[in-house]
Design a protein around this ligand. Structure first.
Ligand code: XMP
Length: 305
């Protein structure tokens, strides 16, 4: 538990002291971490805050449009980089390689845009578990600070680096951010790419994006899971009329967790699972099969790659 008011006052004061009259640039994703950071920084440096949103083409359904609406009061730079990401991902199948390609691309694009702003400080929404997982070498964490930027900043500011996710949500409440942001599920930096096994293509992303939207529509309000989503596992056989054909296998995952270090699958009622499976197979052409993942973390991870 944090003392929210005290935390906010001290964080605003600290950002303002570090940045002075200089411009501060940040990558805004619309998740609770970067949104909290943006609000703290806005209070600290006002118009000297320059957030940049990179649309990787790997975002959820409607996400970029919504972020544009939510942050229209701060002067947000939106970068449409979908084509750049898809071409960099061509032929990449290894999960770690995929993360590296996306992380690297993100950094280069962010760097390009950040340089144009002339900012001297970089603000990041790193939280405590990100530091632990990256330091422990568990996976390549896609976070701007995790990789070298070829820009000489005077400093990196990480206002929420000591907080757990639930504490960040409390601070979001204290900052009166919209409920939608306060409760937003974590979404990985590499986006839907880690929810597609093997090579990432625009077609596969389109399928997993639709499946993901169905899972969120059905589960978020009702169960408030830590995370729920769909992943594209590969091809399997299905049947249409009396013809056997190949179709996609979609996995559905819904987990409870406190900090993502461990997680437990949620026991969903059969009717709900049935409903999700029937919506995904009937609404998304090319999907032949839906499975529900009941593996905890460990031994599984929350995401698929
Ligand atoms: P795993 O799959 O390792 O995920 O159990 C733990 C939590 O971290 C999120 N995740 C990421 N978040 N960049 C992020 O910002 C990443 O590269 C990344 N990979 C996984 C995941 O959604 C879960 O909440």
């Amino acid at each position: 538990m944090v003392n929210v008011t005290k935390f906010i006052n001290e964080a605003v004061e600290a950002i303002s002291r570090r940045a002075g009259d200089e411009k501060v640039v940040m990558a805004l994703s619309g998740g609770v971490d970067s949104s909290v950071c943006a609000e703290l920084a806005k209070r600290a440096v006002g118009d000297n805050l320059q957030p940049i949103y990179v649309d990787t083409g790997l975002m959820r359904k409607g996400e970029s449009e919504r972020i544009c609406e939510l942050f229209c009061d701060i002067n947000l730079i939106m970068v449409d980089a979908a084509e750049e990401f898809f071409s960099a991902l061509k032929g990449v199948v290894d999960p770690e390689e995929k993360r590296k390609v996306i992380g690297e691309k993100f950094i280069r694009i962010f760097e390009r845009e950040a340089r144009k702003t002339g900012a001297r400080y970089l603000l990041q929404g790193t939280i405590y578990p990100d530091r632990i997982e990256s330091e422990g070498g568990i996976k390549s964490h896609h976070n701007v600070g995790g990789m070298p930027l070829h820009i000489d900043f005077d400093g990196i500011i990480e206002p929420i680096e000591d907080l757990y996710k639930d504490e960040v949500r409390e601070v979001a409440g204290g900052l009166h951010l919209p409920l939608e942001i306060q409760h937003r599920m974590p979404f990985p930096g590499p986006g839907l790419a880690v929810r597609v096994i093997g090579e990432v293509t625009p077609d596969k992303i389109a399928i997993v994006r639709e499946a993901n939207a169905i899972v969120e529509q059905e589960l978020v309000e009702k169960y408030r899971p830590w995370q729920c989503f769909a992943a594209l596992l590969g091809l399997g056989t299905g049947v249409k009329g009396d013809v056997r054909l190949h179709g996609w296998i979609v996995a559905v995952r819904a987990v409870a967790s406190r900090d993502a270090m461990t997680a437990d699958p949620i026991e969903l009622p059969w009717e709900m699972l049935h409903r999700i499976a029937s919506r995904i197979t009937s609404e998304i052409p090319g999907v032949a099969r839906v499975v529900y993942d009941i593996t905890p973390k460990p031994p599984a991870t929350i995401e698929y790659e």
